[in-house]
Write a protein that binds this ligand. Structure first.
Ligand SMILES: *Cc1c(COP(=O)(O)O)cnc(C)c1O
Length: 413
């Protein structure tokens, strides 16, 4: 059979994998322990010689494993590990693959909590350099002999900067450096980081993959492109397994089993249900975001609009070349920042809330909330003005959104 489409794969995967009683969806397995008739099988699960077995739910359940298979298929990878949150997936990746004395190069424009995590890595003796990654030369210039990993996000929040994803991929491949791409804002519906040479792909499942804002989760997927046998930080215990599996094996054992930020079966089920409509939702919310961005760009009360689907965006060409759509993340500035509170309060549809990738449109003023703790200096360095508003555009009908913004922006003059 020809290779199946994206949504065909998601909606049929549980049934094809043989869920019990002909169930179309993987059931919610709540058991913590898994028992065996023969002790040899219990031993086999512990030693990894009995494939696909479970022993204790902290390391996975049939329900989380079904979600892992789904994410692996979406990213066209070789394997996935799910965690309780996106931050848990990122933390486990850094802490299990980097050691004191190692060096990490990251884009300067990353999720605020990831940036805060870099501070923690520094206290543990891991050096972190952040650069403007829209030019791969900046990344190359930051690489040192002890650089083990490069980390970027596909589209940065809130400023929508896009790294030179392909150029950085080439540089990492030539040097044998692990290339970790956080795909949360694009999701595999718009972009597969494997296409630019990513070693590992991170997704916060909380966002657009679940889409309903009713479950937290995170995932790390191995693309199969990286040679773990040449990576110095794999423990001897995991060198026994096939080279392609060593990275995820170490993340599962050290990051999931030992650190324990496990995804529950209930949440995995809820995320898997949301994921069925991923491509449809992302299409609608990206189309909405583009229309809204064009409307805002033409409006007198608006200063800058940050959206990679606009020709005025500095990385418009990159977005066109690599992404199927420019996503649902859109930021803009009011010319008159002092009118911000009134304008936001006048909006009837967008919910005043943090969060991303929801079916409902969400709006938040950036400086006094998500970037408040970062301080004025960091905000300035990141290009975040006092009047910046961030939108996570939902799947409402576009006419309703445009009408609502039109009426609210009358207060901005
Ligand atoms: C939200 C987000 C995360 C963290 O995900 P959680 O599931 O909220 O922990 C990481 N990276 C990006 C780009 C995000 O937007």
């Amino acid at each position: 059979m020809a290779k199946q489409g994206f949504t065909t794969g998601i909606v049929h995967s549980d049934r094809i994998a043989g869920a019990e009683h002909g169930s179309l969806r993987q059931p919610i397995h709540t058991s913590v322990q898994y028992g065996f008739e023969r002790v040899e099988d219990l031993i086999g699960v512990f030693q990894g010689t009995k494939k696909g077995g479970f022993n204790y739910a902290r390391q996975g359940t049939p329900t989380t494993a079904a979600l892992e298979r789904k994410i692996t298929a979406l990213e066209e990878g070789t394997g996935t590990i799910c965690f309780s949150t996106g931050m848990a997936a990122i933390t486990a990746t850094f802490l299990t693959l980097l050691r004191a004395g190692d060096h990490l190069v990251s884009s300067r424009y990353v999720f605020g909590n990831t940036n805060s995590l870099f501070g923690t890595l520094r206290t543990l003796g891991i050096e972190v350099t952040t650069v403007d990654a829209s030019d791969a030369e900046n990344v190359k210039n930051a690489i040192r002999p002890n650089t083990r990993m490069v980390f970027v996000e596909t589209i940065a929040n809130p400023g929508t900067q896009i790294p030179d994803l392909q150029g950085i991929g080439n540089a990492c491949r030539e040097r044998g450096i692990a290339y970790v791409v956080d795909n949360t804002i694009t999701s595999p519906a718009l972009f597969k980081p494997k296409a630019v040479g990513a070693s590992l792909v991170i997704n916060s499942l909380t966002k657009t993959i679940a889409g309903h804002g009713a479950a937290l989760g995170g995932a790390v997927t191995d693309t199969g492109l990286f040679d773990w046998s040449a990576y110095p930080n794999i423990a001897d215990a995991y060198r026994q397994t096939a080279a392609k599996d060593q990275g995820l094996m170490q993340i599962r054992k050290k990051g999931l089993r030992d650190m324990g930020a496990s995804l529950s079966s209930e949440q995995a089920h809820s995320i898997a249900m949301g994921a069925e409509t991923l491509a449809l939702r992302v299409k609608q919310s990206s189309d909405n975001a583009l229309a809204l961005a064009q409307f805002l760009e033409g409006h007198d009360a608006i200063g800058k609009v940050f959206y990679p689907g606009l020709k005025s965006h500095p990385q418009y060409e990159v977005a066109q070349a690599l992404f199927k759509g420019a996503s649902w993340l859109l930021s803009f500035e009011l010319r008159n920042a002092q009118r911000m509170i009134d304008v936001v309060n006048a909006l009837k549809l967008p919910i005043k809330a943090t969060g991303l990738g929801d079916t409902r449109t969400l709006i938040i003023p950036v400086a006094p909330t998500i970037f408040f703790e970062a301080g004025a200096e960091t905000r300035k360095a990141m290009g975040i003005s006092d009047g910046m508003l961030r939108l996570s555009v939902g799947i409402e009908e576009i006419d309703d959104l445009l009408e609502d913004f039109s009426q609210a922006l009358k207060l901005a003059a």
